[in-house]
Design a protein around this ligand. Structure first.
Ligand code: KG4
Ligand code: ZN
Length: 343
């Protein structure tokens, strides 16, 4: 391993390209100096992320997003102490674009490369601002690809206590949205529509004993419910869209929060956080606040900009790896199925 000039308050240039957001951030003086994200809109017409389209768009955006992030932070490339990049989990082609770009920069600048796990980064986004959770804490990590309850023992020490056995919570929102004719990604649309609706329709809660989740039964019951109602009234969805959204959202939230409550009881932990794209959901944020009062939890809800994919969280996670000198070799490859406790 090469020898690097080591800085205890490093300037880190970080890349996130695991799915459909091309994001670059600069961390310096222990804070985020810039965080620029180009969201790809070309997937909406396909009703989901098309991997090939995503890789090409990352290739197109990455240079200009990098320049913008450096300019906004007022940092020159020769002031960068380390380059960080998501190495998984995510889409292989998308990860490779960011990682190749990051590797090249690390080599040219002769600074260390930091390989960041995307799911850990979602959790470590809680350390960007105050108040910060105290270890050990539980984090419900809910995104388009993952649904996990994680016990966070330290910055680099995490264990998964429960995970989904089929669809992720974000997928449950997105697939329901598709059935309702809403644009992709549907989470935010369901959230907005639910705000003016009532949860009048009952959907089943899966009977799983442990801390794992399942959302495929919910998806099927929504499908059958809509088919049944549309048979007698073809305008059913249009007429009741807000109530349907409120009902679906309320069930997804109860599935998530019932398991989180169970985990808090079993592990006797009252520091509770949420992270990932679905943690932007206003109903989930509200219901968690209500539960916190009931159970006397200290809760940590990220700012909206740090819920969905962003490079600021990659920079923050990379900082702890840098401080431990956990640098990556330059022949590292991306891993689409990287586990949270793998690095
Ligand atoms: O973390 P993220 O940006 O990307 C992944 O790593 O997957 O999460 C994206 C997911 C999508 O499924 C999207 O529908 C969902 O987060 N999402 C929401 C909201 N905003 C984004 N779901 C519910 N309510 C929201 N407000
Ligand atoms: Zn994510």
């Amino acid at each position: 391993m090469a020898r690097y000039n080591y800085n205890t308050e490093p300037t880190i240039l970080a890349f996130e390209s695991s799915c459909d957001d091309t994001s670059v951030a600069v961390l310096g003086q222990n804070r985020i100096l810039s965080n620029i994200t180009a969201t790809q809109h070309s997937h909406a017409k396909y009703g989901g992320v098309v991997p090939e389209v995503a890789s090409r768009a990352h290739m197109e955006y990455i240079t200009s997003v990098t320049m913008e992030a450096l300019n906004k932070a007022d940092i020159k490339l020769n002031e960068v102490d380390a380059v960080a990049c998501t190495v998984g989990p995510g889409l292989m082609g998308s990860l490779i674009v960011g990682l190749s770009f990051a590797k090249t920069l690390a080599q040219v600048l002769n600074v260390p490369l930091l390989d960041v796990n995307h799911m850990r980064a979602h959790i470590l986004a809680h350390f960007i601002d105050d108040p910060k959770p105290r270890f050990p804490f539980l984090c419900l990590t809910v995104s388009g690809g993952h649904t996990q309850i994680v016990r966070v023992n330290d910055y680099l020490d995490m264990e998964v206590l429960g995970t989904t056995i089929d669809d992720a919570a974000g997928e449950a929102f997105d697939k329901t949205g598709k059935l309702l004719g809403l644009p992709y990604p549907a989470g935010i649309h369901i959230d907005r529509l639910a705000q003016n609706g009532q949860p009048v329709y009952q959907f089943p809660e899966p009977g799983i004993d442990n801390l794992n989740f399942s959302f495929s039964g919910l998806k099927t019951s929504i499908l059958y419910f809509l088919q049944r109602e549309m048979k007698s009234d073809s305008g059913f969805i249009q007429k009741n869209l807000q109530d349907i959204c409120a009902s679906v959202q309320s069930r997804i939230i109860s599935i998530l929060l019932n398991k989180l409550t169970k985990a808090a009881e079993i592990y006797n932990i009252s520091e509770i956080a949420i992270a990932g794209g679905v943690s932007a959901n206003s109903g989930l944020r509200r219901s968690l606040s209500a539960l916190a009062e009931k159970h006397h939890w200290n809760i940590y809800i990220p700012k909206i900009e740090y819920c969905t994919d962003n490079a600021a969280m990659i920079a923050q996670a990379a900082l702890y790896q840098y401080l431990e000198k956990r640098f990556a070799p330059l022949d590292i490859t991306a891993n689409p199925r990287l586990k949270i406790n793998a690095i």
